[in-house]
Each structure stands twice: as structure tokens, then as C-alpha cells.
Design a protein around this ligand. Structure first.
Ligand code: GAR
Length: 190
């Protein structure tokens, strides 16, 4: 199973995935040329692709360029790991059911929030992590796995624990999807 990871920022989830699945992660795409994720990829010798939406006349053209990279590399699964853009129809139509995302709350609580960690911590509800398929809505796709994160009265400590849980949960889900993909490949070869 060939995987592309999309990330806009720090890239800690990308890093654990690249370390655990070095033969599957084919490249990382970032819409932010200065994102730290690209430094992590360089250190891990994972190919990097980066360009921003502003470099294109519209979102469709931007996503068309991404889609071409996905097709060239024959990518089977897109893993969003802190990619802070909504996937539009240009990519979604081609990769429906093949895009997953991690969100730092127990969906549907705080769907669409770019600061779901702070929101759930402040309201003391929806504390946890969700991995889900991406559909045309924002954080509305089928849920694959969820894990609660215990409340801590210190936000930084809560956030630390949440990331630790993300770094366990996301590889578990990806491992399961790789196993299913390989199994379906074997069955269709028989
Ligand atoms: C993660 O906490 C992820 O759940 C969140 O961005 C962070 C990326 O961290 N994603 C969203 O908020 C998506 N709406 P990382 O760059 O260190 O992997």
C-alpha cells in the first residue's frame, strides 16, 4: 500500500507514521513551504512536495497539481496529519474512500474547529482523538477509531497526552488499513 501524508505544520504524526511504515510512505505534501514537517521528512529521507494554494489561479488547479503527484506515485491512501485545508472535489472525486484524517476531539464534538484541543479542554467535553474517512463535509466522514484522553487541569499536559495518544492510534489504524489492503490484493489475485 502506497501512502502519501499531507501536513501543514509540525509533523509529529507524520514522523511516527514514516518511522513505522518506511516502505509505505512515499512522500509528504505540505501546503506550507516553511513547515517543520518538511525538515522531519528531509531527516528521514522521505521525498517532499510543497507548494501553496496562492501559487495557482484557483483551488481546482492547486488540487490538480497534487492529484498528478498522487497518480505519478500510484498512491493508494492519503493520510491527513495536521493538513489544515479542506479537501476539495478535485481530489475527493478521485480518492473517495481513500483519504483519512485525524482530529483532536471525539467527533462529532468540535467538528471543523481548527482549535479543537483548546475547545474541548475548556468545555470539558469531547476530550479525545478521532480517526475518520474524509467525505464532502468537514470532519463528518465515517469514524474508524476513537480514543478518549483523560482531562488534566493543565492545558499543556493535556495536549501532551493527546499527542501521545494520537501517536499510538494513527499507526494502529494505518496498520489495519495496510493489512486489509494487502489481504484484498491477495484475494483478487486468486
Ligand atoms: C494534530 O493534533 C491533529 O489532530 C490536528 O493537528 C495536529 C497536527 O500535529 N489536526 C486537526 O486539527 C485537523 N482539523 P502534528 O503536525 O504534530 O502531527
Amino acid at each position: 500500500m502506497k501512502i502519501a501524508v499531507f501536513a501543514s505544520g509540525n509533523g509529529s504524526n507524520f514522523q511516527v507514521l514514516a518511522e513505522q511504515f518506511p516502505n509505505n510512505v512515499k512522500f509528504v505534501f505540505s501546503d506550507k513551504p516553511n513547515a517543520f514537517v518538511l525538515k522531519r521528512a528531509e531527516a528521514l529521507h522521505i521525498p517532499r512536495i510543497s507548494f501553496g494554494l496562492k501559487e495557482f489561479p484557483n483551488k481546482a488547479a492547486y488540487e490538480e497539481e497534487i492529484a498528478q503527484n498522487l497518480e505519478t506515485q500510484q498512491i493508494d491512501l492519503i493520510v491527513l496529519a495536521g493538513y489544515m485545508k479542506i479537501i476539495g472535489p478535485t481530489i475527493l472525486n478521485k480518492y473517495c474512500g481513500k483519504i483519512i484524517n485525524i482530529h483532536p476531539s471525539l467527533l462529532p464534538e468540535f467538528a471543523g474547529s481548527p482549535h479543537a484541543i483548546e475547545d474541548s479542554w475548556q468545555e470539558r467535553t469531547g476530550l479525545g482523538v478521532t480517526v475518520h474517512y474524509v467525505d464532502t463535509g468537514v470532519d463528518t466522514g465515517e469514524i474508524i477509531a476513537q480514543r478518549p484522553v483523560p482531562y488534566h487541569d493543565n492545558l499543556e499536559k493535556y495536549e501532551e497526552k493527546l499527542h501521545q495518544i494520537e501517536h499510538e492510534l494513527y499507526p494502529e489504524v494505518v496498520q489495519k488499513l495496510i493489512a486489509e489492503f494487502e489481504e484484498s490484493g491477495k484475494q483478487s489475485a486468486n
